[in-house]
Design a protein around this ligand. Structure first.
Ligand SMILES: Nc1ncnc2c1ncn2[C@@H]1O[C@H](COP(=O)(O)OP(=O)(O)OP(=O)(O)O)[C@@H](O)[C@H]1O
Ligand SMILES: [Mg+2]
Length: 509
C-alpha cells in the first residue's frame, strides 16, 4: 500500500541558506509521524512546502502514490492536507464559525446554521470544547488551537500537519490534544507532529524523521526502535547534559518585594499578592497560564501599574516608574510569546538589538552598534544566534527565541524575569538557557521564572510559588517539592475557577 504522503528529494534554499537538502518523508494513514530536529533544521519549511505556502526548488511530493503539485494552500486542502501553524492563524475579530467559514468556504456562500451544527458535532465527536459563536479574540491560546483543529478537520483533512502545537499548551491541554490525535489516528488520518519534547515523542509517535541543518539524519524510523538518547544525538550531533540547580548558597537577602499588589486583568487578574524574590535565587512560578502570570510579569517589568500595593527593589519603591524606570533600576524581563510580542516585522536582528538598547536608556537607534554588541554577547553566552543583518521575522521560531534571550541574558540585571524561557527551543539550547539562568543566579541576580513545565521548574528553582486563580497559594522549597504536590496545588483552585466560568456561562445562556 502506498503512503498517504510521500516526499522524495525535496530541496529548498533561501539565498545562501539551504533549508531542506534532498529530504525524504513517508507518512502513512493511521500513524503519527514525529518530525524532529534542532532550531533552524528545516522542519517548518518542509511542512510549508507540503501545505503549498512555499514552493520547493526540486523534488517530488506524492499523495496516495500519485505525484502532485502543491502550489497553494487551496491546492493542499483540495488534496486533503491540513496544517496548524506554529503561529496560529485565526482572525481575532471574527467568531469561531466565521473563521471556519473562511477556511472551508473556498468562495462558496456558507450558511451560519448548518455550519454551526457541523462545528458543534465535530467539537463533540473529538472532545474539542469550543462555542461556535465565541469571538476568537476572547479565547485562550488552547481554545484557539482547538478552533484551528476543527477548522482543518471540517476542511476535510486526511493528512494533518501540526507545527509545534504543544509549545503553547498547558500540560492538561497537551493530554487533551493527544487524545484527539489518537482518535484521528484510529480513523486513518495521517499525522505529522513537530515537537522538541522527547516525552511527547514517547507518548504518541509511531515513527520519526530527524533533520539537521536541512539534511535528513534519520528517515522513517520506528519510534520503539530508538532510545531517547540516540534521538537527541541524531538531532543535535552530541549528547546533552541536563542542568540542575546546585541548591547551596542561596542568600536570604530579599531583593525584590511585592507588597499587596493587585492588578485587574483580562483573565481575572492578580489578587492582592505578597511575594519576595531573594538575591541569588531562582524563584519559579508554577501554575496554569491565565491565572495571573501575565499580570505578575507585567507588574515586575513596569509594563503595568498596580491597582494597589507597592513594588520595592532593594528598599526603594519602583512602581510608577514605567518600563524604562524598572529597566534603569536593573529589572530585565523577557516576554512569553516572542513571535507575537517581540518581533517587529521587517526589521533586522541588529535593529531589534538597537530597539532593546534604546529601551534600556540609550539615546537614538544605532543598529550597527546594536548588532556588534549582540555578536559579542553571543560569543560570550553561546546561544548561537543568526547573522545580525538577517531579518528577525525570517528566522525559525526557536531562533527568534534565542535572539530575545541573548539580548536579555546579555544585559546586566539585578532582577531577571523570564516567562516560558525555553518555549520553542531545541533540547540542547534548552539546557544552555537553563545553564545561563543558573549563572545569573550565581552572579547574585534575583531570577523569576514563569513556566508551566513543572520538570523545568523543579530542575532549576530554589523555591517555587504556585499561582492559582490570581493568588499565590503556596511557596515551597524546590528541593522537597514534586510534580504531584505542585499539580494538586495548581488544580484544586483551578477547578473552582472552571466552576465559576461554567456558572457564568450558564447564567449568560
Ligand atoms: N522566508 C524565509 N526567508 C529566509 N530564510 C528563511 C525563511 N524561512 C525559513 N528560513 C530559514 O530556513 C532555515 C530553516 O527554518 P525552519 O523555520 O524551517 O526551521 P525549523 O526546523 O522549523 O526550526 P524551529 O525549531 O526553530 O522552528 C532557517 O535558517 C531559517 O532562517
Ligand atoms: Mg519551526
Amino acid at each position: 500500500m502506498s503512503a498517504a504522503l510521500e516526499v522524495r528529494g525535496l530541496t529548498k534554499a533561501f539565498g545562501p541558506v539551504v533549508a531542506n537538502n534532498a529530504v525524504n518523508l513517508t507518512v502513512r494513514a493511521g500513524e503519527v509521524h514525529a518530525l524532529l530536529g534542532e532550531n533552524g533544521a528545516g522542519k517548518s519549511t518542509l511542512m510549508k512546502m507540503l501545505y503549498g505556502v512555499q514552493s520547493p526548488d526540486s523534488g517530488e511530493i506524492r499523495r496516495d502514490g500519485t505525484p502532485v503539485t502543491v502550489n497553494s494552500s487551496a491546492a493542499a486542502r483540495a488534496l486533503g492536507i491540513g496544517m496548524v501553524f506554529q503561529d496560529l492563524r485565526l482572525v481575532p475579530a471574527l467568531t469561531v464559525w466565521e473563521n471556519v467559514a473562511l477556511h472551508v468556504g473556498g468562495g462558496a456562500v456558507l450558511r451560519r446554521k448548518p455550519l454551526r451544527k457541523q462545528i458543534t458535532e465535530a467539537a463533540q465527536r473529538y472532545g474539542l470544547a469550543v462555542h461556535p459563536d465565541a469571538r476568537v479574540a476572547d479565547l485562550s491560546i488552547g481554545e484557539w488551537q482547538r478552533v484551528e483543529l476543527i477548522k482543518v478537520l471540517l476542511g476535510g483533512a486526511r493528512v494533518l500537519i501540526l507545527d509545534e502545537p504543544t509549545s503553547v499548551l498547558t500540560p492538561a491541554e497537551v493530554d487533551g490534544l493527544f487524545t484527539v490525535l489518537r482518535q484521528l489516528r484510529s480513523e486513518g488520518v495521517a499525522i505529522v507532529l513537530i515537537t522538541h519534547k522527547m516525552r511527547e515523542v514517547r507518548a504518541i509517535a509511531d515513527r520519526v524523521t530527524v533533520l539537521r541543518g536541512g539534511n535528513p539524519i534519520l528517515e522513517d524510523v520506528a519510534a520503539d526502535d530508538i532510545s531517547a538518547g540516540d534521538l537527541v544525538t541524531a538531532m543535535v550531533g552530541e549528547s546533552v547534559e541536563v542542568v540542575s540547580n546546585p541548591g547551596a548558597a542561596t542568600s536570604e537577602v530579599p531583593l525584590l518585594e511585592l507588597q499587596a499588589v493587585r492588578l485587574a486583568g483580562a483573565t481575572g487578574g492578580l489578587r492582592s499578592t505578597d511575594l519576595v524574590v531573594r538575591k541569588g535565587e531562582v524563584l519559579g512560578i508554577a501554575g496554569v497560564a491565565g491565572n495571573g502570570q501575565r499580570e505578575l510579569a507585567d507588574l515586575i517589568a513596569g509594563a503595568a501599574l498596580p491597582d494597589a500595593g507597592e513594588i520595592i527593589l532593594d528598599g526603594e519603591r519602583i512602581d510608577g516608574s514605567g518600563p524604562a524606570g524598572h529597566r534603569a533600576h536593573g529589572v530585565v524581563s523577557v516576554v512569553g510569546d516572542a513571535l507575537r510580542e517581540f518581533v517587529v516585522p521587517g526589521l533586522t536582528i541588529a535593529e531589534h538589538a538597537a530597539l532593546w538598547a534604546h529601551a534600556g536608556g540609550e539615546r537614538g537607534f544605532d543598529a550597527r552598534k546594536g548588532g556588534a554588541a549582540l555578536r559579542a554577547i553571543d560569543d560570550d553566552i553561546g546561544l548561537a544566534i543568526a547573522d545580525p543583518n538577517r531579518r528577525l521575522d525570517q528566522l525559525s521560531g526557536g531562533n527568534v527565541q534565542r535572539v530575545m534571550l541573548t539580548l536579555a541574558l546579555g544585559t546586566p540585571a539585578r532582577v531577571l524575569v523570564v516567562s516560558y524561557p525555553t518555549r520553542g527551543l531545541d533540547v540542547l539550547t534548552t539546557e544552555t538557557t537553563r545553564r545561563l539562568l543558573m549563572a545569573a543566579r550565581e552572579a547574585g541576580t534575583a531570577v523569576l521564572v514563569i513556566s508551566e513545565d513543572l520538570d523545568e521548574l523543579l530542575q532549576i528553582s530554589d523555591r517555587i510559588a504556585v499561582l492559582a486563580h490570581g493568588s499565590v497559594v503556596r511557596v515551597v522549597d524546590a528541593a522537597t517539592a514534586d510534580r504531584t504536590s505542585l499539580g494538586a496545588l495548581m488544580t484544586s483552585h483551578h477547578d473552582d475557577h472552571d466552576a465559576d466560568v461554567a456558572a457564568a456561562t450558564d447564567a449568560a445562556a
